[in-house]
Design a protein around this ligand. Structure first.
Ligand SMILES: *[C@@H]1O[C@H](CO)[C@@H](O)[C@H](O)[C@H]1NC(C)=O
Ligand SMILES: *[C@@H]1O[C@H](CO)[C@@H](O)[C@H](O)[C@H]1NC(C)=O
Length: 464
């Protein structure tokens, strides 16, 4: 009796211990958009880079805060405080960091390549000092220097030789993890904008196919990591849908096809680029949710055509061996509050995925369930959508302060229809449903008027 009980207690302890040991964390940081010319006296209307020459005219806006402004890309102080926050919140208890591109400010596009590389070296040094014992896996964004050989050399401390080889030639690489099931594939999504028959793009597809096939054969699991996500921008406004496509239709379809084919081994997809907090659900041909992608918000707060956002950092909790993502914590800096109460700089927990949305895990099915809830509205109460919408801009906008008539449906379409045609159909369906319901009312009105005039015209006959 006793030995048996003892043995079962031991088994429970060992099981709990190994489950505990398998839990790990990784950060995702994205879209830093470092503005080297940021000045606290800069005019926010000019990207905070030039001293305001208006002589204090009434119309001139208040100067930006030290940690940035919603009209400007990220100052060094903001990026440094992001790095410090990552270290103070999680220390060395991190397996790796995903750095998903667009490190330089929009204005740095005009700088020389040498200058751009210097700035990237600044950022690389900062991250290397912050994570001295971890590996950082960078993905190329469209606002990063084109000099891949130089970047490869800069990141040689993190990327093994084999990875450097494919990075140099195409900007993509595999991180082979011999002692873990989880393998990490970093894509060069800049190639997804190229022509259908572009040579470099074709090479990346061939390589990716081979890598995924090999992982499947070895019963390994995979993360796909990149800068631009497939599909549409969920915040798109106005009618010009095409302006919001990052991949060409050809590459978007091909990406979807590949994810469906290898859905059983792809345990996570991680992107940035949109500066917003969102996700995507990918379905198989029978409409079953089979894969998901996360889109993490940017460090830069700078307003785009879709609006501004507070700076964000994301910490994922995962099974170190299989890669299964268990949860994530979204950190943010409330820039608005900081400008009202300067001095107290405090990145806070914005939310935890599981407790915020009331879901016990991150899976294709749980994210599908969440997506379906976004458009469910009993009268005007949309608790899930309101939460999602607030997080979408990192608490910059909420559905009670921003007009978002019918935008829940656009978000829903972008989340659940990664294919462009299906997305447009989904958006149109909502529009025509609205139109036909108002048409429906009109029809009833016509019918009543018709009936009334019929009765009126019959009336003389009846009285005769
Ligand atoms: C970036 O590096 C250069 C040297 O390449 C240095 O002069 C400069 O001060 C650094 N900038 C920051 C913000 O650390
Ligand atoms: C969120 O999750 C993290 C890590 O799992 C935990 O440390 C933190 O206490 C949680 N915060 C909230 C507000 O639930």
């Amino acid at each position: 009796m006793w030995p048996l009980r003892f043995a079962s207690i031991c088994a429970v302890i060992i099981f709990a211990e190994s489950a505990y040991e398998r839990i790990g964390y990784f950060w995702q940081i994205t879209d830093l958009h470092f503005e080297p010319h940021f000045s606290i006296n800069g005019d926010p209307r000019k990207g905070c880079v030039r001293p305001d020459n208006d002589g204090g005219s009434r119309s001139s806006r208040k100067p930006a805060g030290r940690f940035g402004d919603y009209s400007c890309d990220a100052p060094w102080a903001l990026i440094k405080s992001a790095a410090e926050t990552m270290y103070s919140r999680q220390g060395d208890n991190v397996e790796f960091v995903l750095w998903t591109g667009d490190a330089l400010s929009h204005s740095a596009r005009r700088s020389s390549e040498i200058q751009q590389l210097e700035l990237l070296q600044n950022l690389t040094d900062l991250l290397a000092q912050t994570f001295s014992s971890q590996f950082i896996f960078p993905a190329l964004g469209h606002d990063d220097p084109l000099a891949r050989k130089e970047l490869g050399r800069m990141w040689i401390r993190w990327l093994p030789t084999d990875s450097i080889t494919t990075f140099d030639s195409g900007g993509y690489y595999l991180i082979e993890r011999k002692t873990h099931k989880l393998q990490i594939v970093v894509l060069n999504t800049n190639l997804m904008k190229r022509n259908d028959n572009d040579e470099e793009a074709r090479k990346q597809w061939d390589w990716l196919n081979i890598v995924l096939q090999k992982c499947q054969n070895n019963k390994e699991t995979v993360y796909l990591v990149g800068h631009m996500p497939p599909g549409s921008d969920e915040r798109q406004r106005g009618g010009n849908h095409h302006a919001h496509y990052a991949y060409t239709d050809h590459h978007n379809k091909r990406y979807l096809k590949l994810v469906r084919k290898f859905a059983d081994i792809i345990v996570g997809q991680f992107f940035g680029h949109l500066h917003s907090d969102s996700f995507r659900v990918i379905y198989n041909d029978n409409g079953r949710p089979v894969s998901w992608a996360m889109i993490a918000p940017s460090v830069t707060p700078r307003r785009t055509t879709d609006g501004a956002n507070n700076p964000g950092l994301r910490l994922y909790k995962f099974d170190k061996d299989t890669g299964q993502v268990l949860d994530y914590t979204q950190y943010y800096l409330d820039l608005g509050r900081l400008s009202r109460h300067p001095g107290v700089i405090d990145w806070e927990v914005e939310y935890n995925f599981s407790s915020y949305y009331g879901l016990s895990n991150i899976s294709p099915l749980s994210l599908h369930t969440l997506a379906e809830k976004l458009t469910q509205s009993s009268t005007n109460e949309k608790p899930s959508f309101n939460k999602y919408y607030k997080a979408n801009s990192v608490r910059m906008y909420s559905s009670s302060t921003t007009s978002c008539d019918n935008c829940a449906h656009t978000h829903y379409c972008a989340i659940t229809r990664v294919d462009y045609e299906e997305y447009e159909q989904c958006v149109k369906t909502a529009a025509s449903a609205l139109a036909s319901s108002s048409l429906g009312h009109k029809n009833v009105l016509y019918a009543v008027v018709l009936l009334f005039s019929l009765v009126l015209s019959l009336l003389p006959m009846l009285t005769n």
